[in-house]
Ligand binder design. Structure first.
Ligand code: UDP
Ligand code: MG
Length: 322
């Protein structure tokens, strides 16, 4: 503890990388500069390191990591056998950094869209006693209007459903030793890290940051992968949709009962059943629509359970460079 106070703590910067050959060399260089600066200021110690996780890239991402690893042991790497997705890459990075004995770890994207100069503030917050520090985007700079809308919709839905998410927080965060230990006990397959860290109950704080445009290359997320992430987030952290289905079921039963009474009344008193045809068609369409919708929600949870009970490995490591 005394040594840590004198020489700073051991920080790991975890970077998930998927086909990032256009930006990776610059990113590694910039992050090494950040480490150097913090080491000189004695905020962190000289054993601090970068931990880059190659999430099954098809380009020369891992070659770049290897080259740096040969020249400096500050750059460590992990390679997956194939693409397991950003959440698993971050998870593997955090667990790998924990195994290497770091005091705290910061996750940041390989394109450095998040302001890397704020890393110092993150560490200072940790030193103040916060176990987890969440980076929060200052202003909304998502250019694509569809992405902007779906992102806002996602945060709104999550908050209505009672799942704990911090608006405009993505994966830029600091995680302390205790939280890393706790993370290793979260064994679920459909991992949604943002909520996992708010679930833990440790002392947390937020740190606003400015976003930059991607240095080069293209986004590695498409509409489908963003939807998967959002649905995973909802179905693994909230059972409210299932409850809504039950409530909807009760309401619809009452409505159907009313409609049934009306139909009987038409038949018995008006004695002209032809107009009832409209009611019938409307009812059939409405109810079958609702039923399919409800089945859809239930099948999402079924899928979640299906993936969990198999408890397959969340990622497979091919090689680690330490
Ligand atoms: N990423 C990953 N695996 C994937 C997709 C993305 O490890 O399957 C990484 C990517 O290399 C980057 C981070 O996740 O470091 C965020 O991706 P990106 O910058 O493309 O997302 P955006 O900023 O467009 O949301
Ligand atoms: Mg990005």
């Amino acid at each position: 503890m005394l040594l840590e106070k004198m020489n700073g703590l051991k920080l790991a910067i975890v970077v998930p990388c998927y086909n990032e050959q256009e930006v990776l060399a610059i990113t590694i260089q910039k992050l090494l500069d950040v480490l150097k600066e913090l080491e000189q200021e004695k905020i962190i110690n000289i054993n601090s390191f970068l931990y880059l996780v190659d999430d099954g890239s098809k380009d020369s991402t891992f070659e770049i990591i290897k080259t740096y690893n040969r020249t400096t042991k500050k750059v460590k790497g992990l390679k997956f056998t194939r693409n397991f997705g950003n959440q698993n890459a971050i998870l593997a990075g955090l667990l790998g950094a924990k195994k290497l004995g770091c005091d705290c770890a910061i996750t940041i994207d390989a394109d450095l869209q998040q302001d890397e100069n704020l890393i110092k503030e993150f560490v200072l917050k940790y030193k103040e006693g916060y176990e987890i520090v969440f980076g929060v985007r200052k202003e909304y700079k998502i250019k694509n209007p569809i992405k902007r809308l779906t992102s806002a919709l996602f945060y709104k839905t999550m908050s209505i459903l009672g799942a704990n998410v911090i608006p405009n927080h993505s994966e830029y965060r600091l995680v302390g030793k205790k939280a890393l230990e706790t993370l290793s006990n979260f064994k679920e397959y459909g991992l949604f890290l943002r909520s996992v860290f708010t679930e833990m109950g440790y002392k947390t704080t937020i740190l606003p940051y400015n976003t930059k445009a991607r240095m080069a290359g293209k986004t590695k997320f498409n509409f489908a992968s963003l939807c998967t992430l959002a649905i995973n987030g909802i179905t693994s952290f909230s059972v409210v949709p299932l409850r809504l289905v039950a409530i909807l079921g009760i309401i619809l039963t009452l409505v159907s009962f009313g409609v049934g009474l009306e139909v009987i009344w038409e038949k018995l008193y008006l004695k002209n059943t032809i107009p009832g045809w409209t009611t019938l068609v409307v009812c059939v369409c409405f109810f079958s629509g609702i039923q399919i919708f409800c089945l859809g929600i239930i099948s999402e949870y079924l899928g979640q359970i299906f993936r969990e009970v198999k408890s397959r490995p969340r990622y497979i490591e091919e090689m680690e460079l330490i």
